[in-house]
Ligand binder design. Structure first.
Ligand code: GRF
Length: 226
């Protein structure tokens, strides 16, 4: 991935509305001396988002999007992404639709984490607790997490990585969400690094192409199994 001139690292902007544990997983993975990737700003639509506190605690610029209407906040989002020189945008529990102009501008450079195995349990209304409630109601025996490129349709962008999580007897939305979240924390940094380093690219026909040796991907898959 071509990086901005300000730094030789790939600059990542994270958009988050919640507690920010996925953000933390990215920080823990990338904030090392040898990392090729760096989280440079955290943007949120909620002033009380734990993600903003985590940004501050880690010396990362954190901004609550100003403006009282969704349109004002979208305009601010566009401006802030430009101002922080973001090469890559990561949606880590961002509970708002990203405007189509930004999705277009960052095509192939915008990644989302979803707490189910897409295309199951995705789309409008499938966020937060609603996802795990729907999984349990439907009687699914397997769910999981999906990291995917974002494109114009909600939760329908090309899949980068997925990992399954069994649904256990007696699971509640909370117990299931906790097991899925632990998988998200491993999947998201791996997917972001793969995009940032060009190991996976989005093709014009909306497929993902893995470049170079598959060995690294296989190593990751085997590490998930252990
Ligand atoms: C995660 O389950 C993510 O998949 C979903 O929102 C949750 C965010 O959790 N979109 P956190 O804020 O990263 O802790």
């Amino acid at each position: 991935m071509a990086v901005s001139e300000e730094s030789s690292r790939v600059r990542v902007a994270v958009l988050a509305s919640g507690s920010g544990t996925n953000l933390q997983a990215l920080i823990d993975r990338f904030h090392t001396a040898e990392s090729e990737v760096e989280v440079v700003c955290v943007l949120s639509n909620r002033p009380d988002a734990g993600a903003l506190r985590r940004a501050e605690a880690n010396g990362i610029r954190g901004v609550c999007l100003p403006g009282s209407s969704p349109e004002e906040q979208d305009a601010a989002l566009d401006e802030l992404l430009g101002a922080c020189g973001a090469d890559l945008v990561v949606l880590a529990g961002y509970l708002r639709l990203v405007p189509p102009s930004i999705v277009r501008e960052y095509r192939g450079r915008i990644v989302n984490i979803h707490p189910a195995l897409l295309p199951a349990f995705g789309g409008a209304g499938m966020y937060g607790r609603h996802v795990q409630e729907a999984v349990l109601q439907r009687g699914a025996r397997v769910t999981g997490a999906t990291a995917h490129f974002v494109d114009a349709e909600y939760d329908q962008g090309p899949i980068i990585l997925q990992w399954p999580v069994p649904v256990l007897d007696g699971d509640t939305p909370e117990s299931l969400a906790a097991r899925v979240l632990a998988v998200e924390h491993r999947l998201l940094p791996e997917a972001v690094e793969a995009v940032a380093t060009g190991r996976v690219t989005l093709q014009p026909d909306r497929t993902c192409r893995w470049n170079g040796p598959r060995a690294q991907l296989n190593t990751f898959i085997l590490s998930m199994e252990s």
